[in-house]
Design a protein around this ligand. Structure first.
Ligand code: GTP
Ligand code: MG
Length: 406
């Protein structure tokens, strides 16, 4: 058997190359991810190394060489002149297979033979890719780093991020670090990798922040928590605006919170009104804008909301996402809300999951910092400022567990 290695970006590309160069008999022996350069770029694509085996059998090679060509004349002259009629055996009984072939030919079904063969070949290749992925996919990380790769994946961290990050750790671990040292280093470096916005609330100039996001993710509750903390504990001047006057009870909900904390609440029913109210509230240190929940699939509603948010350059947008959704859903929601140009992420409902991978994946992949975390229904207590290392140690926990209060 001959062995050949291919380096490709994806298996589709590999299958095409292998088929072209080695023909359909080639077998994938193994696949593994490799990083080719030393420049640990989180956003560069890893390469897949595919090892392929091909039978070194002349007949197979010749068959491949002649595949698709018209039959060549026999090389041996004897083969041309040999007339076997004197030994002609009695005509054998037609086998079942022959009979079926005859019927197929009579009905003209043989025209589909090529198509059927193609489908069979595609099916074979698909199975090969599937088994190659499942059984032969070797992640080239050595222990104990490999163990942390599996832990990160179990906690919902993106495969690409986990691999590229741990490749970097592996280089450092080669100096002979213990498992614990590798874990501590991973917590530290992964924590530093996630974009965070910790200083938003401590800056001096006036802040106007609009919270947007799908229905029921916790926008209004989060505004109430932030407002109460800033106003009651830090003695800051805070005002609220709601542009959610379309739903019965929506204004009431925020009005109740505003009354408890004794801060003003204004209702803006049009973009022009919002512009005017923002101007009126210019002396407040913090102004929060609550918006009505929009289905992420309703482009028109998101477009309407944009008209409100465009009225003042002072308005910064935070996209509120619930951790009760998986990474694919969150990523999709982010893309659909991207026309509102969110500059920050707020994650809510941390108390409703044990898989905190999205806290790593989304900010890194979307290059958007995390501003705040919400971990329960209690106003104003259940919120905290993000801490990269806390998030990292959560996703590096051997057993996925609830968000810790420490
Ligand atoms: N478990 C849990 N529930 C939360 C959290 N934040 C908000 N909630 C609850 O989620 C529900 C919806 O919260 P809202 O603040 O009304 O959500 P919203 O995004 O303003 O909803 P719409 O205005 O309808 O789009 C309420 O029952 C909240 O108490 C959280 O961090 N954890
Ligand atoms: Mg609301």
């Amino acid at each position: 058997m001959r062995i050949k290695k291919y380096e490709v970006f994806d298996m589709k590309e590999a299958m095409k190359l292998i088929k072209e160069e080695l023909g359909p008999e080639a077998m994938i022996l193994s696949t593994r991810k490799v990083v080719k350069n030393n420049s640990f770029g989180l956003f560069s694509r890893p390469i897949i190394e595919v090892t392929v085996g091909i039978e070194d059998d002349e007949r197979v090679i010749n068959a491949k060489k002649t595949a698709g060509k018209p039959a060549a004349p026999a090389a041996n002259a004897y083969a041309n002149t040999y007339k076997p009629q004197q030994f002609k055996p009695a005509v054998p009984e037609k086998s079942e297979a022959d009979k079926i072939t005859e019927i197929i030919n009579t009905l003209g079904l043989n025209k589909f033979e090529g198509l059927v063969n193609d489908i069979a070949e595609i099916k074979r290749q698909m199975l090969e890719i599937k088994s190659g992925m499942k059984d032969n996919f070797v992640v080239d990380l050595s222990q104990p780093v490999l163990e942390f790769y599996n832990i990160l994946l179990k906690n919902g961290v993106d495969d690409d991020i986990a691999y590229k990050f741990l490749k970097k750790i592996e280089k450092r671990a080669a100096a002979g670090l213990s498992r614990n040292q590798v874990k501590n280093l991973s917590v530290q470096l992964l924590g530093d990798l996630v974009p965070m916005e910790k200083d938003y609330f401590s800056m001096i100039k006036q802040k106007v922040l609009a919270l947007v996001g799908p229905t029921g993710v916790g926008k209004t509750t989060t505004i109430a928590k932030i407002a109460a903390n800033l106003s009651l504990q830090l003695k800051k001047s805070v005002a609220l605006i709601t542009i959610d006057n379309f739903r019965i009870g929506a204004v009431e909900q925020l009005k109740n919170y505003a009354e408890i904390v004794s801060i003003p609440l204004k209702v803006a029913s049009s973009p022009t009104e919002l512009e005017k109210i923002i101007y009126e509230l210019k002396d407040y240190e913090y102004v929060f804008i609550d918006s009505m929940g929009r289905s992420q699939f309703d482009n028109e509603q998101i477009g309407d909301l944009r008209k409100f948010l465009e009225v003042s350059p002072l308005i910064k947008v935070a996209l509120v996402l619930s951790m009760s959704c998986n990474h694919a859903e969150l990523s999709d929601t982010f893309d659909r809300y991207s026309k509102l140009m969110p500059e920050y992420l707020i994650f809510t409902k941390l108390d409703e999951t044990k898989y905190f991978g999205p806290l790593i994946n989304l900010p890194i992949k979307k290059k958007t910092p995390v501003m705040l975390l919400s971990k329960g229904q209690n106003v104003p207590d259940d919120m905290e400022l993000p801490d990269g290392r806390k998030i990292a140690s959560q996703v590096l926990g051997e057993i996925p567990s609830l968000w810790s209060d420490k």
